[in-house]
Write a new protein. Sequence first.
Length: 313
Amino acid sequence: MIKAKPFVKWVGGKSQLIGQLEPLLPMDFAKMENVTYIEPFIGGGAMLFHLLQTYRSITHAVINDINPDLTTCYTTIRDNPDGLIRSLHSIQEEYYHITDDDAKKEYYLLMRNRFNSKSANPIENSALFIFLNRTCFNGLYRVNKAGKFNVPCGRYKHPLICDADTIHADSRILQNVTILTGDFEQTFDYTTSNTFFYLDPPYRPLNNTSYFNDYAKEAFDDDAQIRLKKFCDRLHAVGIPFMLSNSDSLGNNGNDHFLDKLFEDYHICRVWAARCVNANGAKRGKLTEILVRNYAPQPTERLMASTQLKLAL
């Protein structure tokens, strides 16, 4: 059977980090019963799909994102996968029959305008969302201040636009998932006695040119990062374990202590990730990200965390 996996490419997606993140879950995570898994910034959903297929103890999940096009797509895949596949197949057939590069770009811009008009029904909107993700530059999702998707066309000859197997697999996994749209704080209302949070917010930019996190017209600035930390304090106060990922500004230049100071009351370690989105190919490569948890690391982690910190700095 085909495994569920992210149906879109997403900047900062966690597919490549699953092997590093899973060992950092709470020590007794596999033994917990009737777990509610909550992800307030769902993005591509790599952690969601992996954990739901790995841990049967997770009986319910709640996902949220401020991007309504993304959450509409999740809902459509859950509730009407066949309708979405038909729409995507039609778009794919049209796109594949265009051989001229300028004509492909013209078709892309036509579909982008249709998507930005917000006049499509949920199925068509989701199909356009996936089409743009598969054909735009680097799979980037970015909007302007008016909330309009403005990523240019990529250079792909035959991108896989209609991945029916993945959509069906994802639909099966999403059946017991509650899908929310809006601010991350609303997810607190869905906590139970056995809840685990994974928080993967828009990353704090490492420099003034790395604003690849503008996938909603509402900016996620330092004030939002501080509000997120207070939300984590709220979770900790009622005994809910959480794991949080973010960029490693300290590891990037050695002088920016913002996130390390913000989360200094919690356990912080570093993990390695690949930088994939940069117009300059020479600046792509590995870099560290910080991982914050409110539960004690396992004994075998302590040396690893110390080593990672030295490497990062």
